[in-house]
Design a binder for this molecule. Structure first.
Ligand SMILES: Cc1ncc(COP(=O)(O)O)c(C=O)c1O
Length: 391
């Protein structure tokens, strides 16, 4: 018999909404033409791509002409920084926070190996940024500042409007990775002075493999994927029509469910977090309580490895994550938690639960029922020297 899945890893990916599947299927079965083709069979597909572009733009209050569909959030992030450097060849400096997603951090590392300078801004113990440090770090040769809207591991929300205003006052381009904020927070690209903004549809109940980059009007842009003249010459490659349509439908649904995220999902997250902190000794939340995404909690468990917790949770049908990258069989401590000043042991003992619109109170109760026993069991087996997370 198939085991029930208790899914608490919505920051990793989300279930594709049935409404989204219904919207995309006709573009796999019947309307499979190339939207750039010169006949009706292609034109009618192009009209649906346009409609999806309008819906995706509406989610962030952008003009549809400011939307460039990409293959994912990673491509959007890489493209934004790449474009800033190519369009400003005299500027060789990039700024980002030390807690960015690996698609930014590793692109920064790549740039450093190719003659560019990257400043990784430190964060405070609650995960927040010191905006004075950001302001002082911007130099005449800074091509772009890239700061995420919300952190994927802790849910910490950054003051994007203030950051955008600082960048504008220094005439420096500003990009934000809004992959985790999207659908959970209201976003307004017109009102915020962001120049470039990344989204990824699989965090929004659409399939994997489709993202977008918002490029503000009059911001110079150079494509990262070079080829045909799709996306008004800003991204080569035949459009992934079914996924683009899916993104449009998911954007519509996200706009309708944003209040649910802020109220019902937040209440479930708080119940889970408070229940764990109250009922399991030696637990502490990583990062500040607010401002934070309504769906995310990241908790350190003294004296246990997250790997063990996740394994036993998995056996009970619960999906959660450690936020650590699994490299060649060994779990590296999260670069986000280390940047917040957590010890490596505490980072290794931290688990992220990220909820979504499909979670129920019964599922939260299930985790709260099973987790104390799992932690107790692991602690009973732990060697004494590993039980002190301060080392
Ligand atoms: C904050 C953030 N940025 C970027 C990405 C990358 O998105 P994608 O998986 O679509 O490449 C993720 C995915 O986890 C993310 O959480």
């Amino acid at each position: 018999m198939k085991q029930q899945v208790y899914y608490f890893d919505n920051n990793a990916t989300t279930r594709v909404a049935p409404e989204v599947i219904d919207a995309m299927v006709p573009f796999l079965k019947e309307y499979w033409g190339n939207p750039s083709s010169a006949y009706q069979f292609g034109h009618q597909v192009a009209a649906h791509v346009d409609e999806a572009r309008q819906k995706a733009a509406a989610l962030i209050n952008a003009d549809p002409r400011e939307i460039v569909f990409t293959s994912c959030g990673t491509e959007s992030n890489n493209s934004a920084i790449h474009s800033a450097l190519v369009t400003h060849p005299g500027k060789k400096h990039v700024i980002m926070s030390a807690v960015e997603h690996s698609s930014n951090i590793k692109f920064g590392d790549f740039l450093q190996h190719h003659g560019y300078e990257v400043t990784y801004l430190p964060v405070e113990s609650d995960g927040s940024l010191d905006l004075h440090v950001l302001e002082k770090s911007i130099r005449p040769d800074t091509a772009i500042v890239s700061i995420m809207w919300a952190n994927n591991e802790t849910g910490a929300i950054f003051p994007i409007e203030e950051i955008a205003a600082i960048c504008r006052s220094k005439a420096t381009l500003f990009h934000t990775d809004a992959v985790q904020a999207c659908g959970k927070l209201k976003m307004d690209a017109q009102e915020t002075a962001v120049d470039l903004l990344s989204l990824s549809a699989h965090k929004l109940h659409a399939p994997k493999g489709i993202g977008l980059l918002y490029v503000k009007r009059r911001v110079k842009y150079h494509p990262y994927v070079i080829g045909g003249s799709q996306e008004r010459g800003r991204r080569g490659g035949t459009e992934n029509v079914a996924n683009i349509v899916a993104f449009g439908r998911a954007a519509e649904l996200a706009m309708a469910s944003i209040d649910d995220e802020k109220t019902r999902v937040r209440a479930l997250r708080d119940k889970l977090e408070n229940g764990i902190l109250r009922n399991i000794p030696g637990t502490v939340r990583n990062g500040g309580k607010e401002p934070r995404l309504p769906n995310t909690t990241n908790i350190a468990f003294d004296g246990v490895e997250a790997e063990g917790i996740l394994l036993l949770l998995d056996q009970a049908g619960v999906c959660a994550s450690s936020g650590s990258a699994c490299t060649s069989g060994s779990l590296d401590p999260s670069h986000v938690l280390l940047a917040m000043g957590c010890s490596a042991a505490r980072a290794r003992g931290s688990v992220r639960f990220s909820l979504g619109i499909y979670n129920t109170e019964a599922e939260v109760d299930y985790v709260l029922k099973h987790l104390p026993g799992i932690v107790e069991k692991l602690r009973a087996n732990v060697p004494v020297e590993a039980a002190n997370p301060q080392t």
